[in-house]
Design a binder for this molecule. Structure first.
Ligand code: DON
Length: 316
């Protein structure tokens, strides 16, 4: 695969604003998430993208300067941290490896399918169990280790938890709370439910911009090594696991459609972010808070479909 750094004069980088404008028109058909009340304040018509190459060069378009919380995108990186802390055996004894076809916050299969472990680490139930596996003494240390890990991958010491979003989620998380109690009763989750959820709410509320997502994605695009600094942050095997989950479950019950139409590993969040990557080439961060009915950025998905088709990015 060609790994030439992005050239601002390339024909496609000049086309990006045009493609973005066409996708932005879809924002009015989407809905900004409101089940976490603080998220409803996001600007419905925003759309931005940052594409970063292995030299740190990038092209951007649209509202890429806006901040937003990672939400479910954080689950990819807590999975990686839990794998680095515990190894595969311990992690996959407690969380499965299969897509569900259900909504991201469904607990249906926990009761229906034995042994009652979450199907995968990217649905809420799975990510809550993963939060319980992050190393550290108590929720403060676990949350701090997670934040430091994210800062390292984003190469940005300023990343912070958005406390307004964190509190808003903590006050409105009846479904996640009931899921966590159910998992504890099943013996899957150990420790205090409130402590585990505190770590989970905090990592979902880490605030980023498209550039941060692009840099984190770049590390995955280069199998765990930051190509700009040359530093290896994550063992290659764990990145392979994470990228496979991104393909099979990263866009929830729209993952099959996304694999067909875009064909790249990706992870979305309900605040409107999408992190994706072109292996060996680019890390990409997208922000568009208007969501489609499956909970993915409506304009962001459309923009990635356009880019993938125009630039022949699909892996399949
Ligand atoms: O637990 C929740 O519901 C949120 N903190 C994260 C959900 C989410 O981002 C789902 N993504 N599409």
């Amino acid at each position: 695969m060609d790994s030439t750094p992005i050239n601002e004069n390339d024909q496609w980088s000049q086309k990006l604003p045009e493609w973005l404008a066409a996708s932005k028109a879809l924002c009015s058909e989407g809905t900004v998430a409101s089940y976490i009340p603080e998220l409803s304040k996001a600007p419905q018509s925003a759309l931005g993208i940052h594409i970063m190459d292995q030299k740190g060069g990038g092209i951007t378009a649209g509202d890429c300067g806006l901040s937003f919380t990672m939400q479910s995108i954080s689950k990819v990186f807590t999975l990686l941290l839990a794998l680095m802390d515990n190894g595969e055996k311990i992690v996959f004894d407690k969380v499965g490896m299969e897509p569900t076809g259900d909504n991201f916050n469904s607990m249906l299969k926990l009761e229906l399918v034995q042994p009652g472990i979450p199907f995968n680490p990217l649905i809420n139930a799975g990510a809550i169990v993963i939060s319980s596996l992050i190393g550290g003494n108590g929720p403060e240390e676990k949350a701090e280790r997670t934040l430091q890990f994210f800062r390292k991958l984003a190469h940005n010491d300023k990343l912070q938890v958005d406390l307004d979003v964190y509190r808003s989620e903590a006050e409105s998380a009846d479904l996640n709370r009931s899921m966590a109690y159910f998992l504890r009763d099943n013996g899957v989750l150990t420790g205090k439910v409130n402590d585990v959820l505190d770590v989970y709410f905090r990592h979902c509320s880490i605030q980023v911009r498209c550039e941060d997502l692009a840099r984190m994605a770049l590390v995955l695009a280069f199998d765990g090594r930051d190509p700009i600094t040359g530093i290896r942050h994550i063992p290659r095997r764990y990145v392979q696991i994470a990228k496979t989950f991104m393909v099979t479950c990263g866009m929830y019950n729209a993952s099959g459609e996304f694999a067909i139409d875009v064909g790249l590993p990706a992870k979305s969040g309900v605040a409107g972010g999408i992190l994706t990557l072109v292996p060996g080439r680019y890390g990409i961060g997208v922000y568009g808070p208007a969501l489609n009915p499956k909970g993915n950025s409506i304009a962001g998905v459309h923009l990635l479909e356009t880019l993938s088709k125009e630039l022949d990015w699909s892996l399949f």
